[in-house]
Design a protein around this ligand. Structure first.
Ligand SMILES: NC(=O)c1ccc[n+]([C@@H]2O[C@H](COP(=O)([O-])OP(=O)(O)OC[C@H]3O[C@@H](n4cnc5c(N)ncnc54)[C@H](O)[C@@H]3O)[C@@H](O)[C@H]2O)c1
Length: 281
């Protein structure tokens, strides 16, 4: 079985127009990987492409469209200069709302991207990996796939689903040479909160979406470049489950130690961080 090192081997990354996906593309391309990058955001994708020096296949793609994801997998198969090292099903979006005020079409939009998009990518690319008997399927969950958070019911449901799907796949892949990996990022400073669907401040504080995004960004602990480095290192070390950032380790520990009361601790930490933010301003 080929080694665990992905750098230098071709990779496919969805959600590569921004944030963690873009950082993964830059890191792996910089280390010699040919990269197939996909995103629904054509201009962001062009920008990512322009920042890469190695071989690139760029494809505007909506991960919700299973038939188009299959077509893209065929294109990647044709383009591949060597066995595929990894498939990063990374594209994702956010919705903030209480369950009481949930707008069904917003929740559906999120599930279609964050869960079905991951399933579409896995199903389309798995035959390539299994056929060659090597490589990683790397599916992005979240720390919100480890704990439930208020006003994040759709997001948590989708990220728990990614975790369950990928854990099941991991067992099926025993003996194939292909590994399924779940990534659980903590807060990463990306565009996710700015691109979120938020109809109103669910805490009733009257904050605008911009203000809520700024608050989220202020308490994130990890840059996209650092996240990409941690994910890469986790793959090289053969991890099946990669926690990204110090906050991810805290969430993971709390979910185990106090599975029904973790939110009391998390909310205290969050309000301390917010108070610190105000004092620093
Ligand atoms: N930023 C965080 O704090 C954080 C924490 C945990 C998990 N995550 C997860 O990490 C992944 C990457 O998010 P990010 O933080 O880099 O956010 P981001 O907004 O910077 O990047 C997400 C990318 O996904 C793309 N995308 C959205 N819908 C798509 C679709 N239908 N088809 C194809 N591409 C689509 C966007 O255009 C964007 O380029 C997501 O799955 C997200 O849920 C992020």
């Amino acid at each position: 079985m080929p080694g665990r090192e992905v750098a230098g081997r071709p990779v496919m990354i969805t959600g590569a127009a921004s944030g963690i996906g873009r950082a993964l593309a830059r890191r792996l391309s910089g280390l010699g990987s040919p990269v197939a990058i996909a995103d629904v955001d054509a201009s962001g994708l062009k920008e990512t492409e322009g920042s890469l020096s190695g071989r690139v296949l760029t494809r505007v793609l909506d991960v919700r469209d299973a038939a188009d994801v299959l077509r893209f997998a065929d294109e990647v198969r044709e383009w591949l200069p060597a066995p595929l090292g990894a498939v990063f099903n990374n594209a994702g979006v956010a919705v903030t709302s209480s369950v009481l005020d949930a707008v069904p079409e917003d929740d559906q939009w999120l599930w279609d991207i964050n869960f079905h998009g991951v399933v579409n990518g896995t199903r389309a690319f798995l035959p390539i990996l299994v056929g060659q008997g090597s490589g990683f399927v790397v599916n992005t969950s979240s720390v919100f796939g480890l704990v439930g958070m208020p006003f994040q019911s759709a997001y948590c449901a989708a990220k728990f689903a990614v975790r369950g799907f990928t854990d099941s796949l991991r067992q099926e892949l025993r003996g194939t040479g292909v590994r399924a990996v779940t990534v659980h990022p903590g807060g990463i400073t990306t565009n996710i909160a700015r691109n979120a669907r938020i109809r109103r401040d669910p805490e009733g504080l009257g904050r605008t979406k911009e203000q809520m995004a700024a608050q989220f960004e202020a308490i994130t602990m990890t840059s996209p470049d650092r996240a990409a480095a941690i994910i890469h290192k986790g793959l090289s070390r053969g991890r099946s489950r990669i926690l990204v950032g110090p906050d991810a380790y805290l969430f993971d520990a709390l979910a185990r130690i106090t599975p029904t009361h973790y939110y009391e601790v998390i909310s205290r930490v969050q309000s301390r961080l917010r108070t610190q933010q105000k004092a620093d301003r």
